[in-house]
Design a protein around this ligand. Sequence first.
Ligand SMILES: [Mg+2]
Length: 315
Amino acid sequence: MGKLKNGIIGFAIGDTLGVPVEFKSREELTRNPITDMKAGGTYNMPIGTWSDDTSMTLATMHSIIETGTIDTNNMADKFLKWFRNAEYTANNETFDIGRTTLQALAKYELKLNNASNCGGSSEYDNGNGSLMRVLPIAFYIYYKKIKDTNVIYNLVKETSSITHSHEISILGCYIYVIYTLLLLEGKSKTEAYKYIQKADYNNFSDYSISKYKRVLQDNIAKLAEDNISSNGYIVRTLEAVMWLFLNSNDYNNTILKAVNLGEDTDTISAITGGLLGIYYGADSIKESWKQKIKKYDYIIRLCDDFDRTIIAEEE
Ligand SMILES: [Mg+2]
């Protein structure tokens, strides 16, 4: 499979595996771990159902396909179609939305401002809600061969700011995007990790950078599982993702480990799944999971459309 499909299928299957146990504690999942795809969860969804993370990722891809660029108003229009009309959903039903995302989309819907000025900007608006939908931006940057770090910074900032405009959120997305780009360029996971630790974060304040100390200065891979939280705070989410990925040897075992960390299971396994898919390939993902996931062909088709539009424009 192509690189985009590897990433997006890896992401969507991670999300789907996590949905039935969202908000379950690690203790509970240690006693009764997830070993396969199943139905259920907070919203009692049928087997193979992915959540808002994948919906917003697909909506972002669709916007890029339609406009050929990063157009944040168009993107926000697509998010509203998801939220209001259940487009980009697994079962034609919207069943989950984060608080900051909901507030931002409500603001945009009332035409109070341009989309990139609607995101929550307080320190309390630093959930993982923009990190969970930023993966297509990395692919856009990769396909367009954009190397200028200020351009990359601005694309990430504008995209995150549709819902999450605090600098801590933007930095979390930025670290994930540049790390993904390094993997796409063929760097090993540890080599890429060294790069992001040495990278230039001049666009960010010392305050925000200090929040990511465990990823950017310490070696997150070396921490014991007890020191890894798996909650929805973007800093903790990125730590968990990097810890899982840097210690991984494959997709199938690592994605179950991600789910079984508990708490924000769907989002952490989705974001981790994106990296695992890129790195180990979607061909290595358990066949039955690809068969059970809802609208698999639709996801593949959207990836093909994205590849065709963005790569074709380039050449
Ligand atoms: Mg979700």
